[in-house]
Design a protein around this ligand. Sequence first.
Ligand SMILES: N[C@@H](CCC(=O)N[C@@H](CS)C(=O)NCC(=O)O)C(=O)O
Length: 228
Amino acid sequence: LVLENGLSASPFVWRARYALAHKALEFESVPICLTQIPKVSGGRFKTVPALEDGGNTIGDSWDIVTYVERAYPDKPPLFTGPTEYAMVKLFDAWFLPQVMRRFLSLYILDILNAARPEDHAYFRSSREAFLKVPSLEAFVGNREVRLPEVREALAPLRRQLSSGPFLGGDTPNYADYIALGAFRWVAAVSTLPLLAKDDEPLRSWIERGFDLYGGIARDDRLKPLFEG
Ligand SMILES: N[C@@H](CCC(=O)N[C@@H](CS)C(=O)NCC(=O)O)C(=O)O
């Protein structure tokens, strides 16, 4: 899901990219913008990410990871088994409303401003309807004042990362990819640094996570996630 500057911004696309890299699966990435989604793959997909693999077409990031895990059992596993899968789903059920929605409340106007011009009208009307807000401006209002509360909402991540380099422990798991994908999304659009300069262990973990798989999330065009 590309912005005007060519960066890929969707947190859901990023978690899927991390998953494919983890499984050492080669893929071709097709950059499209929001209003192009209905025009690709015969209109089969309503959202990105979407995966075409041989004759199989899969939309939804969780369906994609479930599919690649089943289709490529000889590749590095994303989950040690159904128990870890269930626990990471639980993590996502917390992360989506408690973290990603808060990120949206800080950055939705930055996303709009960074989007391709042809997406602007659709992005505004669809997001205002989805969030049930009178305007995106009202939704991000007072964002500097709300920043400490958003930082505080990340406390469970800090707590977990104080006992190991990744949320998954010694090595990254899909919970890491879900969370890293959201920070990568913010870094693509942010005009307000999300985190304090000394926010450890989040800072080291984000550096480590962006460096994974040959620097998968690195890009010179990214905005600072930390105050300078
Ligand atoms: N549950 C889906 C959510 C994906 C999603 O919401 N993607 C957004 C971009 S971040 C999208 O494609 N939206 C299409 C639209 O708004 O028309 C997943 O996990 O893949």
